[in-house]
Design a protein around this ligand. Structure first.
Ligand code: ATP
Length: 482
């Protein structure tokens, strides 16, 4: 084994590349890097590298993806604590993401420069050393920007899974992903529209990792002014800037041993994204204005409600940071795509807030339930939660009724398109006659469309009562679900 004859701190760097010229160049870069702890071990094939001990502990492998047979072979090349830095001449984001997903510690596009190579090797070494507690005291502890625990999730005692209410197949798939991803230390990247439960998911990962008693620190990168963000993440020392009257630990330090949740990450300043990348690669950072290098061990969970690929494309989200974080992706579906969860969520919120506010609500009446189910909920679970809270605060009774729903909501309930609304025209032959109830629905829907969904105004124009429209809608809904 190559390791046997080395000084204890010599690190073997296995260059696995079918191209002899590449092997020579990379070995030359390592030899000329000035960092004499690295020892190049050129190998033309995976088999040669494995026979030489590339999977032994504290070994680093620079593995050309084509030479090893594709990203799918990375895991088999890596030992429990060796590090694989994947390389490829196809330096596209997709290749990089696939490599990191498959277990690569890092990805370097070819041609590889001396600086990038050395940084990659140093990051790999730091990752071995990075799992130590910070030695400095937290001094004045920073307050996480959002409370870490207990969860603010609705009716957690009624939850179907770790704070989530919802039994739709889409959410079951999410629960399964969380269960599988939680035990790993790899970064999780959560996408989903605003209010879909990304923070609930981040907390669920934390809890399922068995880290419930360790810190969960959430940082909303869009809510903190740009100039304060670095200090929020890394902390600061006294006098670092005007107003820094104390030493203060940042979120990274507070999360040591637990989970750091970076919400709305794509909105972070590009300069700070570079610092964050370094922190994620090495586990180490300096407080703003400080010299001391601190090391922490945190699980990173990030989230964005934007399309991260589009953000990368537009240059607002650093590609290298993205593929470092986008290792275990979870996509939370919008509420409109999991219709069967809407009412159970609304009912859970109703019971919870009724308890909190001392009201007698036990459920929704038929009309209210139908309207709630039909709404598109563009603000997702958060919007639903707010609507129910408003009902409970402003009203009382045993059943919440349609009249208690905010007018802007009832006015904008988009009905599922009726099969008869398209292409309906006056019947002139017996075959073309459309059932009366369908014609009635068309008349009401057209009136609603004319008044932008305002039910009282549509009802007034049709000279019927608003409750007739509500009742009709319930009938259509019942027919849809029959
Ligand atoms: N499935 C769910 N069950 C119960 N409560 C939920 C569920 N999804 C979200 N919530 C609640 O809805 C609110 C919004 O959720 P959360 O903050 O996790 O959304 P988000 O996707 O992170 O939103 P944003 O992108 O705006 O930060 C929270 O109060 C959360 O507890």
């Amino acid at each position: 084994m190559v390791n046997d004859n080395h000084r204890q701190d010599t690190i073997d760097v296995y260059i696995v590349d079918a191209d002899a010229a590449q092997r020579r160049v990379l070995a030359g870069l390592i030899a000329g890097s000035g960092a004499d702890r690295y020892q190049a071990v050129p190998c033309a094939t995976s088999e040669e590298a494995l026979a030489a001990g590339c999977d032994s502990s504290r070994a680093i492998m620079l593995a050309d993806i084509d030479t090893i047979g594709g990203a799918g072979h990375i895991a088999k090349m890596a030992g429990a604590s060796s590090r694989v830095i994947a390389t490829s001449a196809a330096g596209s984001l997709n290749v990089a993401v696939a490599a990191v997903k498959a277990g690569a510690f890092d990805f370097l596009p070819k041609p590889i420069g001396a600086k990038a190579l050395l940084q990659g090797l140093e990051a790999a070494v730091s990752s071995w050393n990075g799992c130590v507690e910070t030695t400095a005291s937290a001094d004045t502890p920073a307050r996480p920007s959002r409370p870490s625990a207990p969860s603010t999730t609705a009716a957690s005692e009624e939850a179907d899974f770790a704070g989530f209410v919802g039994r739709s197949p889409a959410m079951h798939a999410v629960y399964e992903q969380i269960r599988r991803m939680a035990p790993s230390r790899a970064p999780v990247f959560i996408t989903g529209e605003s209010g879909t439960g990304k923070e609930v998911a981040a907390e669920a990962i934390h809890r399922h990792a068995g880290a419930g008693d360790r810190p969960f620190v959430a940082l909303n990168c869009s809510a903190i002014p740009r100039e304060l963000m670095e200090s929020e993440i890394f902390g600061h020392v006294r006098g670092a800037f005007t107003g820094a009257s104390d030493n203060r630990a940042g979120a990274a330090e507070l999360a040591n041993g637990g989970t750091l949740f970076l919400d709305e990450l794509a909105e972070m300043d590009l300069g700070l994204q570079a610092k964050l990348l370094r922190f994620i690669q090495t586990g180490s950072f300096r407080r703003v204005g400080g010299n001391e290098l601190k090391k922490v061990d945190v699980r990173i969970v990030s989230a964005t409600n934007r399309d991260p690929f589009a953000e990368v494309e537009a240059g607002r989200f650093r590609a290298d940071l993205f593929y470092r974080l986008h290792v275990l992706p979870i996509a939370l579906p919008p509420l409109r795509d999991r219709g069967e969860d809407i009412l159970p969520l609304a009912e859970a919120f109703l019971r919870r807030y009724a308890r909190e506010e001392g009201r007698g609500f036990r459920g929704f009446d038929g009309e209210a339930a139908a309207l709630i189910r039909l709404c598109a909920w563009p603000g997702n679970v958060r919007q639903l939660q707010n609507v129910v809270r408003r009902i409970v605060v402003l009203h009382d009774g045993s059943e919440a009724t349609a009249a208690m729903l905010p007018p802007d909501l009832t006015g904008n309930v988009p009905l599922a398109p009726s099969p008869v609304t398209a292409g309906l025209h006056p019947a002139r032959t017996p075959d073309a006659i459309v059932p009366y109830r369908d014609q009635e629905r068309l008349i009401i829907e057209l009136a609603l469309a004319a008044f932008d969904g305002n039910i009282p105004r549509a009802a007034a124009a049709l000279e019927i009562s608003a409750s007739t429209i509500y009742r009709k809608r319930q009938t259509w809904l019942d027919r849809l679900s029959a």
